[in-house]
Structure formats: structure tokens, C-alpha cells
Design a protein around this ligand. Structure first.
Ligand SMILES: Cc1cc2nc3c(=O)[nH]c(=O)nc-3n(C[C@H](O)[C@H](O)[C@H](O)COP(=O)(O)O)c2cc1C
Length: 326
């Protein structure tokens, strides 16, 4: 079923790119959009840094028209600071503000931000209410099942946050204590998605890697959308593969080498435009390493690709890869 988040219209079974620190910058988002991601999110942005005017964090707020729909995600533990950060983020004209109540990283969660909020629900609710009231665009939340197996609070959280006025909820089927271990448990996600009291879209997240398991999870758990994180790293074409499978039941093969070269060039171009010279190149290295993973006898060329600091040289190396492995 199609649905809306605020004024953003989604078709059947949309796929959302998960916010990922150091990954979902503007250039990676651009590539995922090319491959059909229906909604994009920035990396999480620390509210304290926005309020303290830290320049690096402001660049994370920048989005382009072509990306829409796109959400800016913020996190923090101080309610006033988060409200101010949401107002600042709104000035960058995202389609929505997403609040991160799921990050399990110790230095964030132990200070009460991210998934730390799952241990202090009154504060979570007050923060969300104030942010909803402070901005005109839709506010959404991304969180986990609970703090640990003793504190599974997501059903209560979903209802309360809906009441407060969030426009969608993304649930990663792990607790904070699980970090990224084990497998994402979708049972509760499905229960909430099918609860008649829940009217807002529920986006399921965790461990969706293949077209088959995306389809199976849509069908079994009845979520409005699926959010994909790690499976897109190094494989942004996963969106195209899943969409094609959902539509036709047919598995598209992995892109061939020439498509990977084309994507590498485009990704590099975007990264250079956005981050400039050397930083744009540094950011690309992890992607290059994954795009060409598994090529036989690749060690030497790989080393050159991952150490070059010159765009022209990288372009020549990409041509060499194409020639060598075609
Ligand atoms: C490198 C990395 C960075 C992440 N950064 C964020 C983030 O900034 N905000 C957020 O809400 N979740 C973040 N996550 C969690 C993902 O959005 C997602 O919830 C999680 O990876 C589970 O989905 P997956 O199995 O599809 O990867 C991050 C995950 C990874 C692997």
C-alpha cells in the first residue's frame, strides 16, 4: 500500500537508504538515488556541534534538490540543544527531520543520547514533543527495540511517539545491548506494523541484504517500507536488484565490470565536487575497495588505486582495470 510521511508520497514497498555515519554523505546518497533508493537520510548530525557552530557538522546538513525526499538526522542528549539543532537543520530544507534514538555507540548512548534515550522514556517523549512543536516539517524517529532484553519498550514507544506527533517510525530489530550482533528480530516490528492502533508508517530495518529477504520481510511483517544500510555499502545497486525482484520476481545479476567502472567514475566525480581534492579521494577509497572486491590478482592495481592522490591517475587506473579484466 502506498502511504505518506507528511506530504511525501511513497509508492508500494519503498526502500529507504539508512543513515550511516561516514557513509551516507551527499555523493553516496546520489549514487543510491541513481539505483532507485526511494528516500535518503544524511549521516547523523550532532546537535551540540550545530549549536556550537562547528563548521564540519554544517556541511552534513547540505542537501540537493535532486535528492528529495531526503531527511536530516540529528542526535543529542540535551533537549534544548536538540530543539535548537532541529530548527537549524530545518533551515537547510530537508523533507523531514529524523531523531536518532538508536545509536548504540558507548560514548553517545551512555551520555543519554541515541539509544540511551530508551532508558529514559519521559525524556525521549519530552524531547520529541518539543522538536515536533518547534519545526514545521514532519519529524520522524529511528530507534531500536529497547535497551536490552530486559527493557524492550518499542511497543509503548511507538504508541506514545505517534500520539506526540511523529510522522513515521523506523525500527531496527535489535536492542542497544546487541549492538550489531546476532540477527535483527522482526517479530515485534511486524506486531507494531499490524497493530490497529498504529496509524503512522512503520519502517522495518535490520539485516535486509537480498531481494528475496526484502520480499519475504515485506510480506511476512507488513511494514510500510524497508530501510537498508550495510547491504548498500559497496553495493548501491542492491536497491535496483530488490526493486526489480519485487516487481518481476526475477533476480538481476551483479553489474558487470564496465558498469562498476562507470559508477566509480561518477561516484568519484561527485565526491570531488562535494568534498574537494584530497578529501574527496580519501572518502572514495573504501568504496573503490568494495566495488572491485574479488577481482583475481588484483593486489597490485588495488594498491595503486587505494593510494593514489591524483584524480587523473585514478581515472587511468580505472581504465586499466577495465582493460585488464574485461
Ligand atoms: C557504518 C555505520 C554507520 C551508521 N550510522 C548511523 C547513523 O548515523 N544513524 C543511524 O540512525 N543509524 C546508523 N547506523 C545504523 C544503520 O542505520 C542501520 O540501522 C543498521 O546498520 C541496521 O541496518 P542494516 O542491517 O541494513 O545495516 C549505522 C550503521 C553502520 C554500519
Amino acid at each position: 500500500m502506498s502511504f505518506k510521511i507528511g506530504n511525501i508520497e511513497f509508492g508500494e514497498q519503498p526502500l529507504l537508504l539508512a543513515p550511516m555515519e561516514d557513509i551516507t554523505d551527499k555523493s553516496f546518497r546520489y549514487i543510491c538515488k541513481q539505483y532507485g533508493a526511494d528516500m535518503l537520510y544524511t549521516e547523523f548530525v550532532p546537535s551540540e556541534a550545530l549549536v556550537r557552530n562547528v563548521k564540519k557538522s554544517f556541511s552534513k546538513l547540505e542537501i540537493e534538490e535532486k535528492e528529495r525526499p531526503v531527511g536530516i538526522q540529528i542526535y543529542g542528549h540535551n533537549i534544548d540543544v536538540m530543539v535548537e539543532a532541529a530548527r537549524i537543520a530545518e533551515e537547510y530544507k530537508p523533507d523531514l527531520i529524523d531523531i536518532n534514538f538508536g545509536c548504540p555507540v558507548k560514548k553517545i548512548a551512555n551520555r543519554g543520547a541515541g539509544s540511551g534515550m530508551l532508558r529514559d522514556l519521559p525524556k525521549m517523549y519530552e524531547m520529541t514533543r518539543k522538536i515536533v512543536n518547534a519545526v514545521k516539517i514532519p519529524v520522524t524517529v529511528k530507534t531500536r527495540l529497547g535497551w536490552d532484553s530486559e527493557i524492550i519498550v518499542i511497543e509503548e514507544v511507538a504508541k506514545e511517539l505517534q500520539q506526540i506527533g511523529i510522522k513515521a517510525l523506523t525500527i531496527h530489530g535489535r536492542t542497544k545491548a546487541q549492538l550489531y550482533k546476532g540477527t535483527s528480530d522482526w517479530t515485534l516490528i511486524g506486531k507494531i506494523a499490524n497493530d490497529p492502533e498504529i496509524k503512522i508508517p512503520i519502517i522495518g530495518n535490520g539485516d535486509i541484504k537480498t531481494p528475496e529477504n526484502a520480499k519475504q520481510h515485506f510480506e511476512k511483517y507488513g511494514v510500510s517500507g524497508i530501510m537498508i544500510g550495510r547491504a548498500a555499502i559497496g553495493k548501491p545497486w542492491v536497491f535496483r536488484q530488490i526493486k526489480h525482484y519485487l516487481k518481476t520476481g526475477e533476480i538481476l545479476p551483479e553489474p558487470g565490470l564496465s558498469e562498476k567502472i562507470k559508477i566509480s567514475r561518477l561516484h568519484l566525480k561527485k565526491s570531488l565536487e562535494i568534498k574537494g581534492g584530497i578529501r574527496g579521494i580519501y572518502e572514495m577509497r573504501r568504496h573503490f575497495a568494495l566495488y572491485f572486491k574479488g577481482l583475481p590478482n588484483f593486489k597490485e592495481i588495488r594498491l595503486r588505486l587505494l593510494t593514489s592522490t591524483e584524480p587523473e591517475e585514478i581515472s587511468d587506473i580505472l581504465s586499466l582495470i577495465e582493460k585488464t579484466y574485461k
